[in-house]
Design a protein around this ligand. Sequence first.
Ligand SMILES: [Zn+2]
Length: 341
Amino acid sequence: MPLPIVHHEAYTAEIPADHRFPMRKYDRLAALIRAAGLAEAGFARPEAASAAELARAHDAAYVDAVLGFGLPPAIVREIGLPMNETVVRRAATAAGGTILAARLALETGLACNTAGGSHHARAEQGAGFCTFNDVAVAIGVLLAERRIETALVVDCDVHQGDGTAAIFAGDARVTTLSLHGERNYPVRKRASTIDIGLSDGTEDAAYLEALGAILPPLLDRLQPDIVFYNAGVDPHRDDRLGRLAMSDDGAARQHGRGSGALARSALGGRHRRRLWQRCRGRRTAPPVALPRSGRLRGLRVRGGGGWSGFRPRRRRGIPARYRARTAPRSPCARRRRYARN
Ligand SMILES: [Zn+2]
């Protein structure tokens, strides 16, 4: 069965040609996917997410303000996009696309959306070119429908996933992992379950070591019902806002390692785990199997202090923050409904 890929022409909104946000990338990505023969049966087309679906992750008042074109100018400035009809439609359609990709992944094991990853949007407002947090919306919808009980968000965008972290802070059902440039936007970071803050100029080896050390043991331990993989390409050295120094080859291996670890856990049949992989940006790598590296108890993770390397024998035990969020849940906690139900 071909890999389901979700795409919609509404992902490309009309903004000024000299705007900093590279709006044409969605069309270009779709063209590359077609040219590569990955969408011979066509793309899956999403509906725009409804106000009720968006309110699974956002305050209803914020959703109404966006959909009604009534956002205060200060929040529009923080989002950084002109809130015209096409931009609002794009935000709701991208969230609908991530919901659709997640549903397809639950059916088939793996699916991608060509847009989304709006990880700076918090419950109360958007920021940093992000209007609605599509991944949080999709998780909220699936939790409310009881299609899943747990989710893992693997965020490899070079900017920290502060909005996703804030939305799921204190929610033991959702684990958030962010690999990002420590000195990059946002200035005020929110605590994910695990944050790997990388130094400016980080190159392939250190990045891949961090990802390879964290992800396989994390998947083994959590065995989440679904994984959202935000395959950021802005750690690449040519990215104007990235500050990291990944090469073409390193970026390809980043996605190979990320998607490979996820695909192996989803498709290997050992745990029947579900997977959703989101493709984004200029290139995507096919899932590949890679050898496991390291064990979770060897990891050293510091919020705010940056990735400190993988030291298998010198530090024992799971980092306290991670341990607190992933301890076996009581039946009582398991029954607790999503906060915004
Ligand atoms: Zn980014």
